[in-house]
Write a protein that binds this ligand. Structure first.
Ligand SMILES: Cc1cc2nc3c(=O)[nH]c(=O)nc-3n(C[C@H](O)[C@H](O)[C@H](O)COP(=O)(O)O)c2cc1C
Length: 301
């Protein structure tokens, strides 16, 4: 199922989320060969950053969630060597501490990207991410600066760590964003009870995986009610049913992150499952997206 979102065509509605297998051209191409409709790179910034001390990723035994505090480690602009190798629809994720930094990165990566994803939502890097994305004015400034600088579509990736995600989404939309992406990780922490130490090297981190899916679905649902631009859903998707749920809530595309580490074949499985569901129900992609809103309104009438 091909999907066009804000003028960019994706071979399927299932994409790789930022931060997982997104650091080299080869790993991104591998994900494309596994059936992803497009890939989002690891977030890149203006400075080379080493990131937080380890351990920076922790997967709970239950399989329900993972915690990470990678700390936005990245090779900065030299990453263009890797992005250039990607042989499919490419979303380059960028982060900065100011609107100027975002605009500078955006103009550097524009020629390598089919579209840009602005990470204003990482929960564990001071001065970056959520420090911007929890504030509607800063989100507007950053989005405006990038939209004015580049000709490729601009997506804004939102944080769930706010009282009202739709308010931030509206700021992005008003500033000219072509789509919003929801959600980045949920602020979280785990402690080793034997040592009394935090498990992650950074102490606090962000939670991803199945346990965050209901938060992501709610975020997408609320954004769909409030916004006119497309929504990309991400958070806890690991099966066709998870992806369809996200689409029914209002997501035009779905990104998959944590589930990829257990099964890189998940893209093909999810894409096929969406196609089967579409055939079975007789609903096109556009009819599936946001269907729950329609069903709920009909029931209320
Ligand atoms: C190890 C790891 C690294 C991540 N790095 C980034 C990143 O660089 N930029 C970003 O926007 N999101 C990053 N994320 C967040 C994911 O893209 C995604 O929004 C989140 O994990 C929820 O989706 P999931 O449950 O499918 O993993 C990272 C997540 C994980 C687990």
């Amino acid at each position: 199922m091909k999907v066009d979102v804000a003028g960019v065509e994706f071979d399927s509605p299932v994409l790789l989320a930022s931060g997982i297998l997104g650091s080299t051209g080869e790993s991104l191409n591998r994900v494309l060969r596994e059936g992803a409709g497009g890939v989002v790179t690891k977030s890149v910034g203006t400075e080379v950053r080493k990131g937080h001390p380890g351990p920076n990723v922790f997967a709970d035994d239950s399989g329900e969630y993972a915690l990470n505090a990678v700390g936005l480690s990245n090779p900065s602009k030299e990453f263009d060597d890797e992005v250039e190798k990607v042989e499919g629809t490419t979303v380059v994720s960028i982060f900065g501490g100011t609107a100027e930094e975002f605009a500078d990165l955006a103009s550097h990566f524009e020629e390598y990207a089919d579209c840009l994803e602005l990470n204003v939502s990482c929960p564990h890097a001071e001065g970056y991410g959520t420090d911007i994305g929890a504030d509607p004015d800063l989100t507007r400034d950053v989005t405006e600066a990038v939209v004015e600088t580049v000709d490729v579509p601009v997506w804004v990736k939102l944080t769930p760590n706010v009282t009202d995600i739709a308010e931030i989404g509206l700021s992005a939309e008003e500033a000219g964003a072509d789509a919003v992406v929801a959600i980045n990780t949920v602020g979280a922490m785990a402690i080793d009870t034997q040592t009394a130490y935090p498990i992650l090297g950074n102490g606090e981190g962000g939670m991803s995986g199945s346990a965050v899916k209901p938060i992501a679905v709610r975020s997408v649902y609320e954004l769909y009610e409030a916004l006119d631009i497309p929504i990309v859903g991400v958070g806890g998707v690991s099966s066709p049913d998870d992806a369809i749920e996200m689409m029914l809530a209002g997501a035009s595309l779905v990104e998959v992150g944590t589930a990829v580490k257990d099964d890189i074949g998940v893209f093909d499985e999810i894409s096929r499952g969406i196609d089967e569901y579409s055939d079975e129900k007789g609903w096109s992609h556009d009819e599936i997206v946001g269907k729950t809103h329609e069903v709920v309104k009909e029931a209320e009438e």
